[in-house]
Design a protein around this ligand. Structure first.
Ligand code: ADP
Ligand code: MG
Length: 351
């Protein structure tokens, strides 16, 4: 039931390999997001799936067929770009109907489909306007309708909301997700905005320098990042370097230059050098020492962030740890000496 499959796909521009050994199986009806910093290869990957760019090696299949065997207009895949790419001289109606017109569909069929699309994107009454007379959000809706009109199996979206202001972007995120569910179309969505990825996706592929570092559901990615890059890229994390000194089933005791801590991980051995990621909201603080932990610090300051209070604690090796609360812990003041601990299950050991 995989609709798009990438097998060992690579892409080089000259000597520069920008996509490396990429393997993904995208399920029918899935909302899959490629998330990563600028330049990590997201657009290149999308362009290869669209057939605008040829892979240097590897195989890309859509519905079990290699895309190389098909001309771009025969493919079951359409693309929506960040800059909308509407035809400026054409009306909304003609922009939306374009794909059917070039396929020489009968006029009454085009009119019927365009009207369905106008309904879908809630722009009835705008059909005679030119793109210039639309807002950013309206232009993007027209671009989406234009890409959906010939019932593609897969829609590729490259930072489609990137040009919109924050409020409109949030609103369009909800609309797009609703549209995708309603139509049951597979979306492959590119963004560098982690919050957007976490709220919209069924699964997220986190990319870094042409490599997928983790491919998992938003909650798995948030709670169990498997690389240091993922832990640092998604949400906020405290990351410690250390050495495994004891292994108890999946809970490890780790020695760091600031003290001893515990975290969850499997497949690690005593003596191994690892990283530990702990989210600020899981960090706890106590005046008395806590068994298994020997991590002491000095409260530096409290930062009021509206609903949460972020606290920074200085550790003895001149590093710091952040923790966050909905309310300030009144037990502690700046400069207090405290013990830091957490539920070991909440901290992740990473290679
Ligand atoms: P992203 O969309 O994640 O920001 P891109 O896929 O656009 O990243 O680019 C990945 C890398 O490939 C970048 O280093 C970019 O400069 C390079 N690149 C993209 N397209 C080309 C091209 N046509 N020729 C040469 N280099 C390119
Ligand atoms: Mg890009």
């Amino acid at each position: 039931d995989s609709i798009v499959t990438l097998i060992d796909v690579e892409k080089s521009f000259g000597k520069n390999k920008v996509v490396k050994k990429m393997n993904i199986e995208i399920k029918e009806g899935e909302f899959l997001t490629l998330l990563g910093p600028s330049g990590c290869g997201k657009t290149t990957t999308l362009r290869m799936i669209a057939g605008f760019e040829e892979a240097s090696s590897g195989i890309i299949m859509v519905q079990g067929e290699s895309i190389e065997d098909k001309e771009p207009f025969e493919r079951e895949v359409n693309t929506v770009f960040q800059n909308y790419a509407l035809f400026p001289h054409m009306s909304v109606f003609d922009n939306i109907g374009y794909a059917l017109k070039i396929r020489k569909k009968p006029k009454n069929e085009i009119t019927k489909r365009v009207n369905e699309m106008l309904d879908l994107i809630q722009l009835k009454g705008y059909e005679n306007r030119k793109p210039d007379a639309l807002s950013g959000g309206q232009k993007q809706r027209v671009a989406i309708a234009r890409a959906l009109i010939n019932n593609p199996k897969v829609l590729l979206l490259d930072e489609p909301l990137g040009a919109l202001d924050l409020k409109l972007r949030k609103q369009m995120q909800v609309e797009l997700k609703r549209l995708q569910k309603k139509l049951g179309i597979t979306f492959i969505y590119v963004t560098h905005d982690q919050e957007e990825a976490l709220t919209m996706s069924d699964r997220i592929a986190i990319m870094n320098e042409g490599v997928i570092e983790q491919l998992a559901t938003p909650s798995e990615i948030y709670d169990r990042p498997i690389t240091k890059f993922v832990a640092g890229f998604i949400g906020e994390s405290n990351i410690f370097d250390g050495k495994v000194i004891e292994v108890h089933d999946e809970i490890l005791v780790i020695e760091n230059s600031a003290g001893t801590i515990m975290a969850k991980g499997s497949g690690f051995k005593v003596g191994e050098i690892v990283h530990v990621s702990i989210r600020p909201e899981y960090v706890k603080v106590s005046i008395d020492p806590v068994e298994g932990f020997n991590l002491k610090g000095t409260v530096r300051d409290f930062l009021y962030m509206g609903t949460v209070v972020n606290t920074v604690i200085d550790l003895k090796d001149n590093t710091e740890i952040k923790y966050s609360r909905f309310e300030k812990d009144d037990d502690f003041k700046e400069r207090d000496s405290v013990n830091i601990y957490w539920n070991p299950e909440k901290a992740v050991v990473i290679k």
